[in-house]
Design a binder for this molecule. Structure first.
Ligand code: NAP
Ligand code: MG
Length: 497
């Protein structure tokens, strides 16, 4: 990845105008109320959003419907041209990494290098799916008799996409790129806590003139506005990333409206299991710490339950406590900061409540457990990396998703016990373990109920490798060729000759 510098002056100027909706190829004022957006590192309002109401969602769906049913996107633009457009969009994203990442850091509180990485990921998604534009099609089916039977793949249609605040850019890439490559049209809603980067991305796409009108539409507003997308009778599909509670509601919305298809990427409480025979214990400790606290703990697949085998239990905890001393929580634009600010006051308060719950439940504090108010941090929502040792899997801090820098540590003796604890969760997003025993890697990979298994390095992600959850962590997998299934439907055709 290149070297990037923040564009704060540019961002402050850009943020002066109230941002609004993008419908049918035009910027339009939302008919709802005006919402402030806050920089969680300073506690200050940085800009405003004019939110959508139900009739704006209707207009956006109508524009998308028209583009899908009548526009050039699905009729005259060839697969090759579609691929070329996607690659040009990718190049534009790469040209604007600094702008997009600056807005992301100001709005979300994550460190600037993290934001840059997220924006580059979006460009990678567009490049990757551009290659699929003309390479995903049907099959000839082997049938008996005088028939020619074949299967074609068609776009799903109008896709609602609802994304969370923790990876606003990255999640937009996950969803927009495969949807467009498979010739769908989109109505997307970012989180009201972090809408600016996507507004800017849409400006860049608009200025490029590359996409026909109505192909991409942007709705801004609070969570409740998402309901009008998920219940809309002319939306064909909704792709959602967010909490399990809202995901559950979406399923009801679909059932109560037109049974639209739903894909869900939801919450997690992922186990990370360190066996005494880990091949390199220092690396296991380093990576377990960083995977947990990088991104300020606001990651769905982070390893929030650390299971340590008893012979190395105190050694690992001592290593984590040592790592804590060199970990810097602070200004997300300061290149020496490792961890920025939690996304919002509400979320910060929720994490602090969980820290109190952990103390009351009898967790032993190894480090952190408090707000960080050093220097300029006092005005923002910073929390020190918090590690609770000597926990058990029945505690609330072991069962509920905290979504902040709070790690729950549980000791274990045998492999069977580790598997039992790891799987004793309503979630099944990811799981990791560290061992030098080849037979154990196979037993564990089979036994763990999770969509991602990380052996000897927790947390590996690539746009080429499918990502998704077991159990209440979601339905369906995104990335790689699996997103193509999410954004196409199959039609089987018989011709009697
Ligand atoms: P959330 O409250 O479920 O919100 C996610 C998105 O849904 C936001 O855009 C939100 O808007 C919107 N929303 C809220 N209520 C809605 C409703 N009734 N109908 C339709 N849309 C609605 O989740 P979050 O707190 O923002 O994000 C954190 C959660 O996302 C965690 O549980 C995390 O594990 C999960 N996550 C999962 C993955 C994955 O790939 N599995 C990745 C990232 C995050 P507002 O924000 O404006 O309210
Ligand atoms: Mg914000």
């Amino acid at each position: 990845m290149g070297t990037y510098s923040p564009k704060i002056e540019w961002a402050e100027k850009w943020l002066k105008d109230t941002k609004s909706l993008y419908i049918g190829g035009k910027w339009v004022d939302g008919s709802g109320d005006v919402l402030d957006s806050v920089n969680p590192a300073t506690g200050k309002v940085i800009g405003h959003l004019r939110c959508a109401n139900e009739s704006d969602v209707d207009r956006a769906v109508d524009a998308a419907r028209k583009a899908f049913d009548e526009g050039p996107w699905t009729s005259t633009i060839s697969h090759k041209e579609c691929g070329v457009i996607m690659r040009k969009l990718s190049a534009l994203i790469r040209e604007h990494v600094e702008e997009l990442a600056t807005l992301e850091t100001m709005d979300n509180g994550k460190t600037f290098p993290e934001s840059c990485e997220d924006v580059v990921n979006v460009a990678d998604f567009f490049d990757y799916y551009s290659g699929w534009c003309d390479k995903y099609y049907g099959e000839v089916n082997p049938v008996m008799g005088n028939f020619f039977s074949y299967t074609v793949r068609e776009p799903v249609g109008v896709c609602g996409q609802i994304i969370p605040w923790n990876y606003p850019m990255d999640m937009a890439g996950y969803k927009l790129a495969p949807a467009l490559a498979m010739r769908n049209v989109v109505v997307i809603k970012p989180s009201s806590f972090t809408s600016f980067s996507l507004v800017r991305l849409f400006e860049i796409f608009h200025e490029s003139g590359l996409l026909p009108e109505g192909v991409i539409n942007l709705i801004v507003g609070r969570g409740s506005i998402g309901t009008f997308i998920t219940r809309h009778p002319r939306v064909d599909k909704v792709a959602f990333t967010g909490s399990t509670a809202v995901g559950r509601k979406l399923v009801h919305d679909s059932a109560d409206s037109n049974l639209k298809t739903i894909s869900l990427e939801l919450g997690g409480k992922s186990p990370n299991i360190i066996f005494a025979d880990a091949p390199d214990m220092d690396w296991a400790i380093e990576r377990s710490f960083v995977a947990m606290f990088y991104g300020k703990g606001e990651k769905c697949s982070e390893p929030t339950r650390l299971l340590i085998q008893k012979p190395v239990y105190e050694k690992v905890l001592a290593g984590m406590a040592e790592r804590y001393k060199t970990w810097k929580v602070g200004d997300p634009f300061d290149p020496t900061s490792n961890q920025g600010a939690q996304v919002s006051k509400e979320h910060f308060e929720s994490i602090m409540r969980y820290i109190e719950i952990g103390k009351a439940e009898g967790g032993r504090l190894v480090c952190g457990g408090d707000r960080n108010v050093e220097g300029s941090n006092a005005d923002g929502y910073f929390i020190n990396p918090t590690i609770f040792a000597d926990c058990n899997n029945q505690m609330r801090i072991a069962r509920e998703e905290i979504f902040g820098p709070v790690l729950t540590v549980i000791p274990f003796e045998t492999e069977e016990e580790a598997i039992r604890i790891a799987n004793d969760s309503p979630y099944g997003l990811a799981a990791g373990f560290w061992t030098n025993d080849v037979a154990r890697t196979q037993r564990m990979s089979k036994a763990l109920q999770a969509g991602q298994i990380f052996i000897n390095k927790y947390g590996c992600y690539e746009h080429t490798s499918p990502f998704g959850g077991y159990k209440q962590s979601g339905w369906g997998m995104e990335c790689g060729n699996l997103s193509l299934d999410l954004y196409t439907k199959r039609k089987s055709i018989w011709y009697a000759y």
